[in-house]
Design a protein around this ligand. Sequence first.
Ligand code: ZN
Ligand code: ZN
Length: 303
Amino acid sequence: MCANRAGSQIDMPLPSFLSDIFADPFYWKIVFGGSAVALTSLLLFSIPYTVIAVLDPPSLRKYKIQTAEQSARDQSTAGQKVIPALANMIVNYALSIVVTTLAWPVLKKIGPTDDPAAAPTALVLIGSIVFCMVVEDAYFYVLHRTLHHPWLYGRLHKWHHQHRTPIALTGAYMHPLEQQLILGGLMLPIIVLRAHSITFFVWLFVRNWDTAEAHSGYDFPWNPTRLIPGYDPSFHDYHHSYFNGNYASLFSFWDRIAGTIAPGYEQYLSQHRFKNDKSTASSAASTTATTTTTTTSAADKSD
Ligand SMILES: [Zn+2]
Ligand SMILES: [Zn+2]
């Protein structure tokens, strides 16, 4: 900041590297356009699920993933989670814009492109999104499992685990640093593919569907996402309920390969999924709760 001799004006010239960034239309498209797509899709998928969770209509309770007994262990109701989740979302998205702005000179060279030659056909787009899902899921698995190290859990990841019974909006409720680490995973397959901006925006849309649905707390039998092989909305919900295992986000196969399927999850799945029978689910959950009490307590005390 500097003042002119008359002292009547204050000039605040932007650093030249910021001026160059702000003069680049592609920066606005990717950073602000990408943030708008991400935030819109997250809210689009989260709000209907959140309304259902807050209203808790009796007719839909049979589709809840967690039993009333499991939900009772959460210290806050669905309604009490909404405002903190929205506030955290605003802070984290603002920080993400700052981080991607500072990283733009590199991101522009290795990130999404607007080269017409890279514009995807429908088939290439579908293949690229599947690639993004698998690669990001592997990254998320490694990151998430690392975040459960006691030192990191207490300092970072415990924020996200405040909610043993998540709602869709709390899918993005996390420590700001964890949000940036997850953002790195979102960008990884886009960088590997040097993907077109269309692919980038579709990928953000798809990934935020997963964030919302995996934390929604509901498993509806008519949900078309049940057709996705290896995908199950109760997979990550179970992780929130019992803390250990089920570290991947989208699919279960990385946990199956690494042998980190949560204790009791297979039993829970076989008795609960597609049946929505709370009596059998409750029985399975009770059994699982007994087997995981020790490890859960250890995670709780990690800070
Ligand atoms: Zn976790
Ligand atoms: Zn989660």
